[in-house]
Structures are given as C-alpha cells and as structure tokens.
Design a protein around this ligand. Structure first.
Ligand SMILES: C[S@@+](CC[C@H](N)C(=O)[O-])C[C@H]1O[C@@H](n2cnc3c(N)ncnc32)[C@H](O)[C@@H]1O
Length: 230
C-alpha cells in the first residue's frame, strides 16, 4: 500500500512523525514498531473533512476530531493503543466495526492481509471508500449495515475491532472470531467505557481483559444501543 502520497509535503510528514507519533504515541508507551510505522505512513490529514485554504492542524492534535454526521475520528493515541493490542500479523484478516473516516481502517490495512470494514452511515462509508481509493489502498472491503451482527461473509476473523462504545459484548461478534482470534471493544455506559480485549484460544476458551478507560460514540444496533437513546 502506498499510504503516503505525492500530495504529502515534508512538513505534514514531520508533523505526523514528531508531533503525533513521537510526542503523543511513543511517549505514552506504544512500542510496537509496526504500529508506529503505520501511523507515520498513513496521512491522517487526508481523513478530516475538506477545508478551504489548506490542511487542518487538528489532523495531528492529541484529540478526537469531528468528521460530520455526529461522528468523530478517534484520538491518535487511542488508534495506536487499539492497533497494538490487536497484535496483527501480515496474514491476518480483520473485521472493523465503525468505519468512520476510514483512518483506522487504513492503519489496519497497512498491517494485515485483508480488512473488512462496516459502517451504519452510508455517507461516511462512501467518503471513507473514496479516501482509501485515492491513497491506493486495495485490501479493504466496505460494507454498510449493522456491525453489531458482525459480517458473516468472510468470517471467522483473526481480529475484530469495534470503534464505538457498546452496552455489552455483542455475541454475534464472539461467534465470528477464529481460534486464536482477538476482539477489542469499548463496553460500558454511553458516557464512559472500558476497552476490553477478548481472546479465544485454540481450545475454544474465551478470556476478557480490561485495558483502559475510554470514551467512544455509541455503537447503535441490534446488539448495541437503540438509535432512539443513543
Ligand atoms: C468513533 S467513530 C469511528 C472512527 C474511525 N475508526 C476513524 O478512524 O475515523 C465510530 C463509528 O461507528 C459507527 N457505528 C456506530 N454503530 C455502528 C454499527 N452498529 N455498525 C457499524 N457502524 C457503527 C458510527 O457511525 C461512527 O462512524
């Protein structure tokens, strides 16, 4: 994947490497070189809504950024921590729930063989598809629908990443994990969640570990929040 494009300027490259990856991600303890390389390579500024007169400095800020439609692009540190926790291998096939801007999708696509990403909002999905196409990312399949049901076509998945907060663990996702698979999901209230790592070992035993407190937009769907109280 050629994530860095010819529209990339050396200045953006420096801001991404220094302000974002070194200051926010490495300093807080993310050590996985593959994850750090992916975040240096994927041009985060290309995933924010277009704005006149140049790039948006929030692209490298230590915060989630609104992307329209009431949704956000997650904070760089959170993207890095989640990606590191998934411990992706080159041959892995990954399901992402909550495409949003497509930034996290591009990071996953940099590290895994294949990514399927599902988004409930068709407008966001199409915008993300166009961004990844423009960057030459070819190992991503886009789906529109309720990701709390998982995506059965292509299951089981080596890794499943949910980038919205759920009230409880959606059982269809557990059922779509491959032996040795990892599922990462924020679970809690609408205001605050625990980032949970669920692993399925080769004997079929599930283990759940809480990694950190986090705050995501609600996961809305049959096994998530109702859209009326989200
Ligand atoms: C925090 S945003 C994702 C940010 C994204 N990872 C990025 O890099 O821009 C969460 C996304 O999950 C989507 N979402 C919420 N519930 C969903 C569901 N049941 N299925 C699929 N997408 C869902 C929202 O529409 C939103 O775009």
């Amino acid at each position: 994947m050629s994530a860095t494009s010819d529209r990339d300027t050396p200045d953006f490259d420096r801001l991404r490497r220094e302000q974002m990856v070194r200051e926010q991600v490495e300093r807080r303890g993310v050590r996985d070189d593959r994850v750090l390389d992916a975040m240096r390579a994927v041009p985060r500024e290309r995933f924010l809504p277009k704005r006149r007169g140049g790039s948006d400095p929030r692209a490298w800020a230590d915060a989630a950024v609104p992307i329209g439609r009431g949704q956000t692009l997650s904070q760089p540190y959170m993207v890095a921590r989640m990606t590191e926790a998934l411990a992706l291998r080159d041959e892995d096939r990954v399901l992402e729930i909550g495409t949003g801007s497509g930034y996290q999708t591009a990071v996953l696509a940099f590290l895994a063989r294949e990514v399927c990403t599902i988004e409930r909002d068709p407008v966001l999905s199409e915008e993300a598809r166009q961004r990844l196409h423009a960057l030459g990312v070819e190992n991503v399949r886009f789906e529109v629908g309720d990701g709390t049901l998982g995506v059965s076509e292509g299951a089981p998945w080596d890794a499943i990443l949910v980038t919205a907060g759920a009230p409880s663990l959606p059982l269809p996702l557990v059922a779509q994990l491959a032996p040795g698979g990892r599922l990462l999901i924020p679970v809690g209230t609408r205001e605050l969640q625990d980032l949970q790592l669920v692993t399925l070992d080769e004997e079929g035993e599930l283990r759940t570990r809480t990694l950190l407190a986090c705050r995501f937009v609600p996961l809305v769907g049959e096994h998530g929040w109702s859209r009326f109280n989200a």
